[in-house]
Ligand binder design. Structure first.
Ligand code: PEP
Length: 300
């Protein structure tokens, strides 16, 4: 209930004082952001704390390299509409996995970092460390970090800034809990997270930010948010980005859906105009499943 209480307080505060420069309370019309933009699809596999051994991680990586299709590519490929594929192995496997997948055009990311550069922070891993191992992306704000490791919005914001200033790209994960969904404050929660987690991130820096909308109740549960509802939420997030920045940023920012995505649900999700990719947990650990997901067939 921690987020619920915070979100409710935020809603009340903004509604009564109007003191926030940005208030997510009045839900803006999605029609205010109607420009069309072509955004490169991005499919990401979050391995979480899996698999248990380096050998298994290398086997999975090798299998994945065989499953890339003609339409998958790194972001700097000549074809801007091919699908970018990113995987997030556990820290100890990053270097070896990177060696296996680099030539195949799969990009590597880190599941987290600590915002400090270096020093007496036992057990932590810094941005320069993962950058030096070949990481281009870092997950920020994943719900498991928020709930199990107490990453709050301030820490997430610090992390986002560190990732950006280090020359990498954050995938900022946001999303409401089951309680918040049932209380019909999903939009307020997501708007609040965007506002706090992206505080002082500039319009220029937003070119390197990816958002992942992940309803917490859909992560690892087998419950996929309906594609139409996910699309609607993504459209709402663009109205918030438009308010925080402008329409250009709102239309250019890639927004992934995450939460129990499988080969069975990916085509319908990717058919939605506001969904630019998926962040995949469980299914990314099975090469055939992830291969099918990254080679989704739906045309928008
Ligand atoms: C995730 O970890 O971000 C995730 C979406 O997991 P899963 O696909 O297993 O729900």
């Amino acid at each position: 209930m921690k987020f619920t209480a915070t979100a409710t307080a935020f809603v009340i505060a903004t509604a009564t004082t109007g003191s926030h420069a940005f208030s997510p309370v009045a839900t803006p019309s999605t029609s205010s952001v109607s420009l069309q933009a072509s955004r490169q699809p991005i499919m990401a596999g979050n391995w979480k704390m899996n698999p248990c051994t380096e050998d298994d991680a290398l086997d999975l990586s090798k299998e994945l390299t065989k499953l890339l299709g003609d339409e998958t590519c790194p972001i700097d490929d000549a074809n801007p509409l091919c699908t970018e594929v990113v995987i997030f192995p556990p820290f100890p496997f990053i270097s070896q996995v990177s060696n296996v997948v680099a030539d195949a055009g799969i990009t590597i990311g880190a599941q987290s970092i600590y915002f400090e550069e270096k020093g007496a922070y036992t057990g932590s891993v810094s941005a320069p460390m993962v950058l030096s191992m070949g990481c281009e992306y870092v997950l920020c704000g994943h719900s498991e970090r928020r709930t199990l490791f107490d990453d709050n919005d301030q820490a997430i914001n610090q992390k986002v800034h560190k990732v950006l200033s280090s020359g990498m790209k954050p995938i900022l994960c946001i999303g409401e809990s089951k309680e918040e969904y049932d209380l019909h404050i999903k939009n307020e929660v997501c708007a609040m997270q965007l506002s706090k987690d992206l505080a002082n991130v500039t319009k220029e820096q937003m070119k390197n930010v990816v958002i992942a909308y992940e309803p917490v109740w859909a992560i690892g549960t087998g419950l996929v948010c309906g594609s139409a509802e996910a699309n609607e939420t993504h459209a709402f997030l663009r109205t918030i980005l438009s308010r925080m920045y402008d329409d250009e940023v709102a239309q250019a920012t890639r927004i992934q859906y995450g939460g129990s995505v499988t080969p069975d649900s990916v085509d319908e999700l990717m058919a939605m105009p506001e969904i630019d990719g998926c962040l995949v947990g469980g299914a990314s650990l099975v090469a055939e499943k992830f291969g099918r997901i990254i080679n989704f067939t739906t045309q928008k």
